[in-house]
Design a protein around this ligand. Sequence first.
Ligand SMILES: *Cc1c(COP(=O)(O)O)cnc(C)c1O
Length: 407
Amino acid sequence: MISRRKLLKRLGTLPLIGGVMGSGIPLSGAMANEAMAAPKRDLVKELGMRSFINAAGTYTAMTASLMPKEVMEAINFSSDHYIMLDEVQDKVGEKIAAICHAEAATVTAGCWSAMVLGTAGVLTGKDREKIRQLPNLEGMKSEVIVQKSHNVGYVHAITNTGVSVVEVETAADVDRAVNDKTAMLWFLNYQAPAGKITHEEWVALGKKHKIPTMIDMAADVPPVENLWKYNDMGFDLVCVSGGKAIRGPQSAGILMGRKDLIEAARLSAPPRGGTIGRGMKVNKEEILGMYVALDEYVKKDHAKEWKEWEDKVAYVAAEVEKISGVSTEVSVPPIANHTPYLKISWDPAIIQLTRQQMQEKLRMGQPSIEVISGGDHAISMTVFMLRPKEEKIVAKRIAEELQIAKV
Ligand SMILES: *Cc1c(COP(=O)(O)O)cnc(C)c1O
């Protein structure tokens, strides 16, 4: 597997193609929003945008995931009703907290904003003056302890509040680093294997020093149990993305954990203004959409879904391996986007095609398809964001391009 950061970097350099192609993809099937099955306005066509089959994964740049019909029903329903914003947050928060074994929860504008608001809550408590004052930390704590291997781009969500990051490697480092300016201990779940301090030790260090712990597990369902695992373990704040595998609104996420901290975090979020979080607005539509997405996600048959993913990956592998010079490999990242990935490699002596050329051909084809890099002469793909039967189209298109490039 290539590193997440490299992957994001490569995605960032993708050329943007628009204009010439219509959507080319029928908006039907279980993964499509049924309200759009016969659209009055095909905005993809109307605005000359490119729509595509997502065999890449839940990338923000690709608009991540599609919302199931139950979620769209919640959004459409609530779009026709006024409800007080705090009341929606109160009621949905109680439900989410119960599902995830947390004391309290609130819907945020993504995992990133959950981290900003959660950190703000830790720093300010319910002190209105401090809430107005952020990110000026005068009179507040100002340091967050992070393991060196966890100190990647996502910490910017934390430092948004004005705090600085203090790097540590061992538990003894934490004991030394803690001082009266220490506000929080932050843990990046997907980097757990790279760090010397485990989840349990991190939580214990927080309890020992009476400092709140926060975990970023944005993309880390499946498995579904992760939604309560870190609350059960004793993290004070848990941050999750709503619009990745849970398939809620892409502009939603969840902050959950200790009641006093959630209440404090909400004081920096809308409807209250003059706060660091005023721009991180979620309305009733996202909040209720998030709730229904989570509810549906938790209730679904995960073993069955996993089997379907394996079958789809096996199908694509079998189709492309019919071509000589092609080999495949299935892998599952242990944490984050924990779903089957298929790496398709080809021998450049037999098939003259670079990885970039292959991605471009798939992108420019009809229908357009997005996959990710698997190396110099390899692509990698997932199936968990595919709509029904799209694996057939993906297999056919990849096989076609491999066949054409044979010398
Ligand atoms: C996606 C992601 C985020 C940001 O989450 P949003 O829901 O897009 O705000 C934060 N941390 C990690 C590790 C992520 O993968």
